[in-house]
Design a protein around this ligand. Structure first.
Ligand SMILES: [Zn+2]
Length: 266
């Protein structure tokens, strides 16, 4: 273990939502972010940040980015990787149209639980506009179009990095993202993950996914599928393996963001 890793692991704040919130708050003014609270029904705010470019022109376009972490509270690396990426890219946040959901399930993060306070898996509820949180989320997303949506997750069964890439076939950014992240953690070598066929850590899909929702998910809508169907040209769900060191997982998440957003600009 390196000294940096040891320092990180002996002082980590993985499930400290207040610490996370304070660091995002410190970015609001210097990065000209607009903060919204989608809900605080769990006792903790579900925050959304719009960059100035997004707030001024919320219709978005192929340049706009949607970023979300912490839908599952027992998957902290995405939450911290996203924060570190934002802290390292103030210029990008000032200029680019971005909508950021830094921790969609704060109760879950605090309690290290996949579900929310009511025992629900939020990542199967994005079709449920009757729920106050989802209805508030729809309001803040509006009619926006995004070139890229990133959904940051972790998997305790994973043997390495992998991703679900929902995309217009002409717009493949996932491979660049994995390439950027694999110096921190290697790709999951399996060709079957969660019962589905993967190639070099990627499962790519495009077109109409309503059959996937019916056949594989019992009609429950994950965020990525909903966003891909209604708002984004590509929606990538990135997974780091929870049994690896938190230090490596946070670095992998951050490097993934750097690489995939960089690939988008090329
Ligand atoms: Zn997850």
């Amino acid at each position: 273990m390196t000294e940096d890793e040891q320092r990180y692991l002996t002082t980590h704040q993985a499930h400290d939502f207040e610490a996370l919130r304070n660091r995002w708050s410190a970015l609001v003014q210097p990065c000209s972010l607009v903060e919204h609270t989608l809900s605080d029904e769990s006792g903790y705010p579900v925050l959304a940040y719009q960059s100035r470019a997004f707030a001024e022109s919320p219709a978005g376009n192929d340049e706009a980015i949607y970023l979300c972490a912490g839908v599952h509270g027992d998957e902290p690396a995405g939450v911290w990787g996203l924060l570190e990426w934002a802290e390292a890219n103030p210029g990008l946040l000032q200029n680019k149209a971005c909508l950021i959901l830094p921790c969609f399930n704060p109760w879950g993060l605090i309690n290290n639980r996949r579900s929310d306070a009511d025992g629900r898996d939020l990542n199967r509820l994005f079709h449920r506009a009757d729920l106050p949180l989802i209805s508030a989320w729809r309001k803040v997303v509006g009619d926006a179009r995004f070139g890229l949506a990133l959904h940051l997750h972790e998997d305790y069964d994973a043997r390495g990095l992998y991703l679900y890439e929902l995309t217009d076939p002409e717009w493949q950014l996932g491979e660049a993202g994995l390439r950027g992240a694999e110096s921190a953690i290697p790709r999951d070598p399996r060709d079957e993950i969660e019962g589905l066929p993967f190639q070099r850590g990627i499962l790519r899909r495009s077109g109409d996914l309503s059959r996937v929702v019916e056949d594989e998910l019992d009609g429950g809508y994950p965020e990525a599928i909903y966003v891909f169907q209604h708002h984004a040209r590509a929606a990538l769900t990135f997974e780091t393996p929870s049994e690896y060191s938190l230090w490596d997982r946070v670095r992998a998440q951050r490097q993934f963001l750097d690489a995939v957003v960089g690939a988008m600009a090329r």
